[in-house]
Write a protein that binds this ligand. Structure first.
Ligand code: ADP
Ligand code: MG
Length: 225
């Protein structure tokens, strides 16, 4: 059976104008991702990894080029339509967790469901927290949780809308190596269950555990191995 193409970018560029100069944050990136892949994106700081992830995650748009996700060229969609696609297809995990303070774990996880207008958010959020092994921490606020637990809450929040693709930008960057290892183990489990995952990482050990590694330099993808 032919593998199913999930997303495809064609020659996407993102250029920032700074003072009198330009920064080619993305300088012609073409990429294809199939359903069920687990991909690591590596490269030096400033090579364009986050810029690419933000575009793949529909948080930002390229200046030129195409980005096909679920049949649409999302590179040309309007902001509100882009947000709709993002909410439906994308789960995003950040290095700094980005949880709302003074809200409990379950309240944080329920937010995307409420934004999507789904009923029964409590039950769905509970199930997501169970998936990440946090059923016994649902009423804790972020400050009452360890770094690893916070990232698990953030992963549960990224999962509640059942996204087609899970994007994580240096998800272990703020964690000690043992905790980071557990978080990567969680991503591996989610991938085995069929979730498509892309992880930006500096760590060779994490990249080694992914089935495919994409290396970036100066806004471009280096020839892969
Ligand atoms: P990475 O995630 O690989 O460290 P980024 O994608 O964050 O790299 O950045 C790529 C390049 O684009 C860097 O040179 C960075 O300074 C620049 N850049 C990123 N975002 C902006 C912005 N909002 N304005 C200007 N320059 C930016
Ligand atoms: Mg970055």
């Amino acid at each position: 059976m032919a593998a199913m193409m999930l997303l495809r970018t064609n020659n996407i560029k993102k250029i920032y104008r700074m003072g009198s100069g330009f920064i080619r944050a993305l300088d012609g990136v073409s990429l294809e991702v199939e359903k069920g892949e687990m991909i690591a994106i590596t490269g030096a700081s400033g090579s364009g990894k986050s810029t690419l992830m933000n575009i793949l995650g529909c948080l930002d748009k390229p200046d030129s080029g195409e980005y096909f996700l679920a049949g649409d060229n999302v590179a040309v969609l309007h902001k509100d339509k882009l947000a709709e696609i993002r909410n439906r297809y994308i789960g995003f995990v950040f290095q700094s967790f980005n949880l709302l303070p003074r809200m409990t774990a379950i309240e944080n996880v329920e937010l995307p469901l409420q934004y999507a207008g789904r009923g029964d958010s409590g039950r769905i959020a509970m199930r997501a927290l169970d998936t990440v092994g946090l059923s016994d921490r649902i009423h804790h606020e972020p400050t009452q949780l360890s770094g690893g637990e916070r990232q698990r809450v953030a992963i549960a929040r990224a999962l509640v809308n059942d996204p087609t693709i899970l994007l994580a930008d240096e998800p272990t960057g703020n964690l000690d190596s043992k905790t980071g290892d557990e978080i990567i183990g969680l991503f591996e489990e989610l991938n085995i269950l069929g979730r498509t995952i892309i992880i930006v990482t500096h760590e060779q050990e994490i990249a080694r555990r992914c089935k495919r590694v994409i290396r970036m330099k100066d806004g471009q993808i280096l020839m892969s191995d």
